[in-house]
Write a protein that binds this ligand. Structure first.
Ligand code: 16G
Ligand code: MG
Length: 544
């Protein structure tokens, strides 16, 4: 390691004095003005991780659904997964080291992780469409090359596409070809094969309106659409030619405001969906004849997918274990429906994709979704091989089901939740089952719910257990929440420190919107009082 060169280049990416940032749930995120040094240093760290794992490592420059002025970066581990937790800590240390300590911290990480510095390294880089992203990917490359390592810059990519590339490269191409072309072909081939079997020929399933959040999803869908146009025609809205990234549009906006994005023309009962800014989340929605807006979030997506997979397994007579993984934010009705009607075991993990992903890997088939629309289905290697075998051997209806399952496995991005892949899976399932968007929505009724945030002096005063459903500290807060919950029917509430913003998040659900709103408000007051709230005390209008 040429440490003098590291220091010399570091002066070109100087760290603002005293700035402390943390590698959070989805990497670093902040206003772009503060991030250049982080990019350079993550280039350095990716090289060390690559040497240690003897694999290709990914670096994605994006701040997902955050405003355009922000940016962020995260590292992708060899199998396309999120960075291992011990390396998240190294990332935080390296990011916060003052210039004079940089060499020492870098050597410290190499030693503690027994990195063989003679080992070759390879880093792949992707970026979203933010104005600051191109320059930042150059800073990452500076970090990679100063350590004498090789890289490939994919340029503009969705986050899940970079996860896919990393996975392909580290499995000798067995998962697919590590190019955008390879990605488009793999997914489209599976989608077209699936939808060819659709017996009802209604045009209803042939078109879909997609809000691309003025982000990278628009560019990539435009490139991809002719590959699958036999099965589906997509109309793109908020494609980045006019509006600002994530501004009044995108999956996060639609989910949190429970209303359609700006710019979308919705006719009654038309199926629409929204991606987020880096296309790793998706939610669906429609308006009924009365103009009422209906949101179909990650919970209902998980329900549709797991019921379809369960039916296919029944058809081929295989008793494989399916598990659905959710977080505390999953609507209570979805959990009840999955457990009681579909008889599928449901598990709850902490918020953040890495937690759900790891839990889902414990099953033959693990379906995971956050209510906000991030998710996918994972198939164990043994299951994948078995299904491939059955698709060859079985005949008649069983053979047809096995072939469908084989294509479904190919259609899901096994490395990360992926809006494009999920969209094609959902479209295929709706068409194959002959379900309209209203029929899908009617599987169960969501319980009214409300999410709020409370500003506190230090969000770390709140710690939680039981997958964030119970508060441990400060003392007395859980008792207050439990007493408040008892006042309402079908109610539930929890609070957790955000991993991406300096706030405490509050979630409440109950039998009516009014009750969910009052419960959320009362719980916010308890947080404000016991966890050191700052600024204005939460008022009932807070809920609007
Ligand atoms: C990040 C997470 C997302 C989670 C959200 C919670 C990834 C890729 N993304 O966006 O899964 O739902 O954070 O944010 O892990 P919060 O901690 O601020 O509530
Ligand atoms: Mg995202």
């Amino acid at each position: 390691m040429d440490l003098d060169a590291v220091t010399k280049h570091s002066t070109l990416h100087a760290k603002p004095n005293g700035l402390i940032l943390q590698y959070g749930t989805a990497g670093f995120r902040a206003n772009a003005e503060h991030l250049d040094h982080i990019m350079y240093r993550m280039g350095l760290l990716a090289v060390l991780r690559s040497k240690q794992t003897k694999s290709t490592i990914g670096v994605m420059v994006t701040a997902s659904h955050n405003p355009e002025e922000d940016n962020g970066v995260k590292l992708i581990d060899p199998l396309g997964e999120m960075l291992a937790p011990s390396w998240e800590e190294h990332a935080t240390c390296l990011a916060n080291a003052e210039e004079q300590d940089l060499q020492r911290v870098l050597v410290g990480i190499s030693e503690s992780e027994a990195v063989d510095l003679q080992q070759d390294a390879f880093v792949v880089i992707g970026r979203d469409t933010r104005p600051s992203s191109e320059k930042f990917s150059q800073s990452v490359i500076d970090g990679v090359t100063v350590l004498g390592s090789q890289f490939h810059d994919y340029g503009l990519l969705t986050t899940p596409q970079l996860h896919y590339m990393v996975y392909c490269r580290n499995t000798s191409g067995q998962y697919g070809k590590a190019t955008t072309e390879g990605y488009y072909q793999k997914l489209s081939k599976a989608f077209v094969a699936l939808t060819k079997q659709v017996s009802c020929s209604g045009d209803e399933y042939r078109s879909l309106k997609v809000d691309c959040a003025n982000g990278i999803g628009a560019l990539k869908l435009k490139e991809m659409q002719h590959y699958f146009s036999q099965g589906l025609s997509v109309q793109l809205y908020n494609d980045g030619t006019k509006g600002k990234l994530n501004h009044l549009c995108g999956a996060d906006f639609v989910k949190s405001h429970q209303k359609p994005p700006e710019g979308m023309e919705m006719k009654p009962n038309e199926r629409c969906c929204s991606f987020d800014g880096d296309a790793d989340r998706i939610v669906y929605y429609y308006r009924n004849e009365d103009g009422q807006f209906h949101l179909i979030d990650g919970d209902k997506i998980a329900t549709l997918i797991s019921s379809f997979l369960k039916e296919l397994l029944l058809e081929i007579g295989e008793n494989l274990n399916i598990g659905v993984v959710q977080t505390a934010y999953a609507n209570g009705s979805s959990t009840r429906y999955l457990e009681e009607v579909m008889k599928v075991p449901v598990y709850c993990t902490k918020t953040g994709v890495k937690h759900l992903h790891h839990k889902a890997q414990e099953f033959d088939i693990g379906v995971y979704f956050e209510a906000n629309g991030h998710g996918t289905a994972l198939f164990s290697k043994a299951v994948e091989m078995k299904i491939k075998q059955l698709a060859k051997e079985l005949e008649g209806d069983k053979g047809k089901a096995a072939k469908m399952l084989e294509n479904v496995i190919d259609l899901f991005n096994q490395a990360a939740g992926d809006a494009i892949s999920d969209m094609l899976v959902i479209e295929a399932i709706l068409a194959l089952k002959g379900l309209t968007v209203q029929q899908w929505d009617a599987l169960y009724m969501d319980l009214p719910n409300r999410q709020l945030k409370v500003k506190v002096a230090d969000r770390r005063v709140i710690s939680t257990t039981d997958a964030e459903r119970q508060v441990v500290t400060p003392p007395g807060l859980q008792e207050m929440i439990s007493d408040l919950v008892k006042k309402y029917k079908l109610s539930r509430a929890f609070v957790r420190p955000s991993g991406t913003e300096d706030v405490i998040r509050v979630y409440a659900e109950a039998d009516s919107q009014e009750n969910a709103d009052s419960l959320a408000h009362e719980v916010s007051l308890a947080v404000f009082q016991l966890a050191g709230g700052i600024g204005e005390r939460p008022t009932p209008s807070f809920c609007g």
